[in-house]
Write a new protein. Structure first.
Ligand SMILES: *Cc1c(COP(=O)(O)O)cnc(C)c1O
Length: 457
């Protein structure tokens, strides 16, 4: 049988699930759970939808872990990758260069004001790069004692050891605690912690005072503060006031530390501006980008930084250079996909259209905020979230199953339900999402759904 025929044969689903459980170690998953909760065998994606092998459709309301900005199968990104495929699929970037990586670097510089782009393959590698560059910068300036990092309570920066060291999510961290270098956690400016009568801005300023105190307690030791600007995703879409970013920038300047903005989840328009930092008119020393950068087509990450940082490495001495690499650094196909994403931002006026969409969708989502168990309903740009009061044990998993049964992909984080939909979802789909999310909430609370594990992301 020709290969193309065997690939397009309808899969035997039960067989596929079984083979997947045996051969594929799925991410962020207790595999034993799949004894009871079947995997969903996907056939294809189209627009905001994923379609399984039986033809059942699921609205991808979390943009497949926050990466598919324009849904599935966006034809312009596909075409860009196909065109690049005919010239250069890959070449090592040490000693060589090519048009896609040069153009992408220039265009990201124009978007961010940070003129030097270093590439990795996923978010965690971008965080590693930024952390290493920051400490190495201080070493090159004869300040080797500045090698510690500040991070926020509830932070998430990825799961390699360096990134995990500045991550504060116990379920990801605890098993590896002995392997991690101690970073210094400072209080999150999450506005849900407001005391009665306190505004989000006051919460932010209070957290900034604690940040200042941390700098004071560690004089001359801090290389950088790393943070997720405006929204701490894995903490459960914790949102905070931009005043915190402005204070953090000022404090980093005063104490001679870098500000690393992990925009892996929030960059590319997710919070309403291209970078979340723009809402505080803050320019970080490092910006980490990944997730939405190729619209979900290929793995790619970029770390953008300043002339000042770049110049500290520019020398006749090899050892003062940034001797870091990943095999796929600057992969031309991934860069071509990212260029197509930037083209779409320009040609479709994505940020302006998202503002209109968000206003309409917020109206549709309003009934969720009115649910008697909903607390702290929050919205920023293309993110909506709320917490379920007294969510029972196993709620996240029960909700995931209840939503899936209603044709919607939603993965609560603990007791937090959130939407991070593709920007291209239409208004009918938004309405369907609102209805299904509400029904799933009642079903999950009534315990009618399967499962009792805690889904964590
Ligand atoms: C997802 C994420 C990461 C890690 O990215 P990976 O590609 O999963 O390694 C880092 N930081 C933030 C804020 C993220 O949301």
């Amino acid at each position: 049988m020709p290969v193309s025929e065997s690939v397009s044969q309808p899969m035997n689903n039960a067989d596929l699930l079984d083979r997947s459980r045996k051969a594929v170690w799925h991410p962020c998953t207790q595999m034993k759970r799949h004894e009871r909760l079947p995997l969903v065998p996907l056939s294809h994606g189209e627009g905001a939808w994923l379609v399984d092998c039986d033809g059942k459709r699921y609205l991808d309301a979390v943009s497949s872990w926050w990466v598919n900005l324009f849904g599935h199968g966006e034809p312009r990104i596909k075409a860009a990758i196909k065109a690049q495929l005919d010239t250069l699929e890959h070449a090592m970037l040490a000693g060589f260069t090519h048009r896609p990586v040069v153009e992408l670097s220039e265009r990201l510089a124009a978007r961010t004001g940070l003129g030097h782009a270093f590439y990795g393959s996923d978010g965690a590698s971008a965080v590693e790069i930024a952390l290493k560059m920051s400490a190495h910068y201080w070493r090159n300036h004869d300040r080797p004692e500045k090698h510690r990092y500040l991070h926020l309570g509830g932070s998430y920066h990825g799961e390699t050891l360096g990134a995990l060291g500045v991550t504060d999510v116990p379920v990801f961290r605890d098993a590896y605690a002995p392997l991690l270098r101690g970073a210094i956690a400072v209080p999150s400016p999450d506005w849900r912690q407001a005391a009665p009568g306190e505004t989000p801005e006051q919460v932010a300023l209070r957290a900034a005072l604690a940040l200042e105190a941390a700098f004071e307690r560690h004089p001359g030791e801090i290389a950088a503060l790393i943070l997720e600007p405006l929204v701490q995703g894995a903490a459960g879409m914790a949102m905070y006031h931009p005043a915190y970013l402005a204070r953090a920038r000022a404090l980093c300047d005063r104490y001679h530390a870098h500000l690393i903005a992990d925009e892996i989840a929030v960059g590319f328009g997710r919070t309403g501006t291209f970078l979340a930092c723009e809402q505080a008119a803050v320019r970080p020393d490092f910006v980490c980008l990944s997730k939405g950068i190729t619209g979900g087509f290929l793995p790619l990450a970029a770390v953008l930084t300043t002339d000042t940082v770049y110049d500290a490495f520019y020398d006749d001495d090899v050892a003062r250079g940034f001797l870091h690499s990943h095999s796929y650094t600057g992969n031309p196909l991934a860069c071509a996909a990212a260029l197509a994403v930037l083209d779409i931002f320009d040609s479709d006026d994505v940020l302006a259209r998202n503002r209109e969409r968000a206003a309409r969708w917020s109206t549709r989502f309003a009934p969720l905020a009115a649910h008697p168990r909903a607390r702290h309903f929050r919205h920023l740009g293309m993110i909506w979230a709320f917490d379920v009061a007294d969510a029972p044990a196993g709620f996240a998993s029960a909700y995931f199953a209840a939503a899936l049964a209603r044709g919607v992909l939603l993965r609560p984080i603990g007791g937090t339900i959130y939407f991070m939909p593709p920007y291209t979802m239409n208004d009918d789909e938004a309405g369907m999402l609102a209805d299904a999310a509400l029904e799933a909430l009642d079903a999950a609370l009534a315990g009618s759904a399967e499962g009792n594990d805690v889904a964590v992301a």
